[in-house]
Design a protein around this ligand. Structure first.
Ligand code: SF4
Ligand code: SF4
Length: 166
């Protein structure tokens, strides 16, 4: 299990989002490729026509297709077959966010969200060890309140974390 301080993880997350590359030590885990049912494409990616995808009516966006077993269409033999040009959503995905934000904040708690939270809790231990960790939760709650007033519906983990920037 990898231990990291909460605020240190948040700094790490912000840097990854800026660099368009979440640096998650996934090892051989492919859970998000197997369980996430709606990996969305950006408009540019959708327009490129190179991804095997369909329109998700609920999201009003194109998402990657899935195999019959629910795995991403590009997951073969436990590996991503388009890793070097996988969509932005895959590059930015950091399952640890589900460990940080209470599930009750999400309007739609799916089995996938639950599985990602459990997986993240088994792999990564986010601890309070830095002085800035003490203020992290307060800022996070304030950000969640702002986001929930703005959206009046689903609170997305990324929206809360983006609200906390810089
Ligand atoms: S669920 Fe987390 S650890 Fe597993 S592949 Fe996805 S981002 Fe990596
Ligand atoms: S495109 Fe690759 S990284 Fe993205 S969900 Fe599919 S298999 Fe996983």
């Amino acid at each position: 299990m990898i231990r990291m301080g909460l605020s240190s993880w948040h700094r790490h997350w912000k840097q990854g989002q800026k660099q368009q590359q979440a640096d998650v030590p996934c090892g051989t885990c492919t859970l998000c490729c197997r369980c996430w049912d709606a990996m969305p494409l950006t408009e540019e990616e959708a327009d490129s026509g190179i991804y095997d995808s369909h329109v998700d009516k609920a999201l009003n966006a194109k998402v990657l297709n899935r195999q019959e077993n629910g795995h991403c269409t590009y997951l073969q033999d436990e590996r991503c077959t388009i890793y070097s040009h996988r969509p932005q959503a895959c590059r930015l995905f950091d399952c640890r966010v589900y460990q940080v934000l209470p599930l009750e904040w999400f309007a739609h708690i799916t089995p996938a969200v639950q599985a990602l939270k459990e997986n993240a809790a088994q792999r990564f231990e986010l601890v309070t060890k830095e002085p800035s960790d003490a203020t992290f939760h307060v800022r996070m709650k304030q950000a969640a309140e702002v986001v929930s007033q703005r959206t009046h519906s689903t609170i997305s983990a990324s929206a809360v974390l983006h609200q906390m920037q810089p």
